[in-house]
Design a protein around this ligand. Structure first.
Ligand code: ADP
Length: 585
């Protein structure tokens, strides 16, 4: 049973008062009573001692029973006792030499008549009263003639002592009442403060109490100490809490801002910790992951195998693999966390997708360059061999062969030049020399430059420029290069009699250039990829190209802050667009 502070204080005080009362009742009262009896006995003894010589004098000459009776009464009244004077030979000629055996049954009187003085508390009577008794022999000139006995009945303390004891009881009663009042006030005064202190302590668990929070002041020593302890604890716990929470914040923010994925699984395969990157790799919410098993989160038997191996061998395991659904290439490094966390394994996921793509691009690039150079080199080889075999003797044929060889060398030179150009543009080593010009001016110049090829292709070239277009700031040579590439392709992939339209118009804050042809068009699946290096829609059809022209054009347009894209309907024609921002430095 829980007793509150009020009852605790009250019970303690009442216990003390009860103990004092019991002591008073069962120890002090009997002691006092005994003391009182002894004092009364001494009084009786003094009475008999004083009475004895006086009685001897009285009976020296004459003794009568009547006189004894009178003296008994007189002494009883004077001393407020029961006095009995015994003179055995009273009325006889001589008072001494009486027959002592007659008193054998009365022990006390017998002893006194034998010459002894007796003083004693006689007995506790049935009615709880006490008789005290004192007796002394009566001597006439050292001859024993009788005895004087006095008895007094003591019923209780005399009034003055009783009053004192009652007063003490009354004071104790008052003290009890005072205790009740005091306990209540004490309880009212301190319980609130203690409750606050306890609440503060409870709130400490949740670190709601700040060190600056004013803890109510208490006063008794213990409570002051409690207050001091709480204040000290508040400061200490907060220091630790702040330091832990700041460490935890740093830890969480590092964890969640890492590009690498982190996942910790315990011995049973339960996910204990996962960061944003890892959750993203496996397309799962962090909260969801932390309530699931590793198998459910990963859904990848290769990584599960790595985790299993790591658990069994307690050695670091590494694997590169592709994960679904985003087809990312990741490296998974499993590290055992023993001895700190026995059985737990840290899985680190590094995204290798970009590196993997770059590797594929590099491999493609090497194979593309080899492929592009192999064709002219093979032609050259064949031409040289034919020349060596016979044709040298025939100067006309030899001249034709040499011209063919020259064309192949030109092809190879173009590939190498374009590759160099692309590499320069990609690495940002081509500074743009921007000057002001108009879209009209740019298109007219390009049309003029391409006029001969247009005529050769028996094509119709039209320029359609929106009126009053604003001037633009561009590197004129570079944008001309873009336009030439696009017009060149249009000429290349349009049958004789076809039409090529060069346009420019404003859209928002951009000038859009478009090169439209009525040529063979581009299949939709290739449209996205034609701006990649070496990409050709149909290698057989575009034998005389490097597949680098559109890639160069894209880099140059993007260097000007613009975009490039294409629309096409197969067999109907293609339109290439690129934009140049109007406001440029
Ligand atoms: P190439 O030097 O081979 O022309 P490009 O990068 O300029 O290289 O073009 C890439 C490919 O895009 C071409 O090989 C061709 O298949 C396709 N292409 C480009 N322009 C056109 C167009 N106007 N009509 C049809 N196909 C085109």
């Amino acid at each position: 049973m829980r007793i509150n502070l009020f009852w605790r204080i009250l019970i303690s005080l009442l216990f003390i008062i009860g103990t004092i009362t019991c002591l008073l009742k069962f120890w002090l009262e009997p002691v006092l009573f005994e003391f009182y009896l002894q004092r009364e006995l001494q009084n009786l003894t003094s009475i008999v001692k004083v009475s004895s010589p006086m009685l001897a004098k009285e009976f020296r000459d004459n003794c009568s029973l009547k006189r004894i009776e009178e003296l008994n009464q007189e002494l009883s009244i004077k001393t407020n006792t029961l006095a009995i004077i015994t003179i055995p030979n009273c009325g006889k000629s001589e008072l001494e030499n009486f027959d002592l055996t007659l008193y054998r049954n009365q022990t006390d009187l017998y002893n006194v008549l034998s010459g002894q003085s007796v003083a004693k508390v006689k007995s506790l009577n049935n009615d709880q009263t006490v008789t005290i008794y004192s007796a002394a022999p009566i001597f006439i000139d050292s001859t024993l003639i009788g005895a004087v006995q006095v008895e007094s009945l003591i019923t209780s303390f005399p009034n003055e002592i009783s009053n004192e004891i009652n007063r003490i009881y009354f004071i104790l009663l008052l003290l009890s009442l005072f205790s009740i009042g005091f306990s209540f006030l004490f309880y009212r005064y301190y319980s609130g403060k203690l409750r606050n202190a306890i609440n503060n302590l409870l709130e400490l668990n949740e670190a709601k109490v700040r060190p600056e929070t004013k803890i109510p002041s208490l006063s008794t020593n213990e409570i002051e100490q409690l207050e001091k302890t709480i204040k000290h604890s508040v400061v200490e716990i907060h220091k630790k809490f702040d330091s832990y929470s700041s460490d935890a914040r740093v830890f969480t923010s590092i964890l969640n801002n890492m590009n690498d994925g982190i996942l910790v699984a315990d011995q049973s395969g339960q996910v204990k910790l996962i960061n944003n990157a890892a959750a993203d790799f496996f397309s799962i919410e962090i909260q969801q992951a932390e309530t699931h098993s590793l198998v459910e989160v990963l859904r990848n038997h290769i990584i599960e195998g790595v985790w299993q191996n790591c658990m069994e061998t307690q050695k670091i395991q590494t694997i590169d693999t592709e994960i679904n659904p985003q087809h990312r290439f990741i490296r998974c490094i499993a590290t055992p966390l023993a001895p700190q966390l026995p059985g737990s394994v840290l899985l680190l996921f590094q995204d290798l997708t970009r590196i993997h793509q770059l590797e594929i691009i590099r491999q493609d690039f090497v194979s593309n360059v080899s492929h592009e150079l192999r064709t002219p080199l093979a032609s050259l080889k064949a031409l040289v061999e034919t020349l060596q075999d016979s044709t040298l003797q025939d100067p006309t044929a030899a001249k034709k062969f040499l011209e063919s060889m020259d064309t192949e060398i030109d092809n190879m030179t173009q590939i190498v030049q374009e590759l160099l150009e692309l590499s320069k543009i990609e690495s940002g080593r081509v500074p743009l020399e921007k000057r002001e010009t108009t879209p009209d001016e740019l298109l007219s110049k390009v049309a003029e430059r391409m006029q001969l090829q247009v005529q050769r292709g028996k094509l119709n070239l039209i320029i359609d420029v929106q009126n009053k277009l604003p001037a633009i700031m561009v590197d004129i040579n570079r944008i001309e290069q873009v336009l030439v590439n696009l017009v060149h392709n249009a000429i290349k992939f349009t049958f004789p009699g076809g039409k090529i339209t060069l346009s420019a118009f404003q859209q928002n804050h951009e000038i859009i250039f478009s090169i439209e042809d009525t040529g063979i068009g581009i299949p939709p699946r290739d449209l996205e990829r034609i701006f990649e290096r070496f990409y050709k829609v149909d290698r057989a059809r575009s034998e005389h190209g490097t597949g680098l022209g559109l890639s160069i054009a894209r880099h140059l347009v993007e260097a000007h802050g613009g975009r490039i894209w294409a629309e096409s309907v197969q067999t109907k024609g293609s339109t290439f667009f690129f934009s140049i921002p109007i406001i440029s430095e």
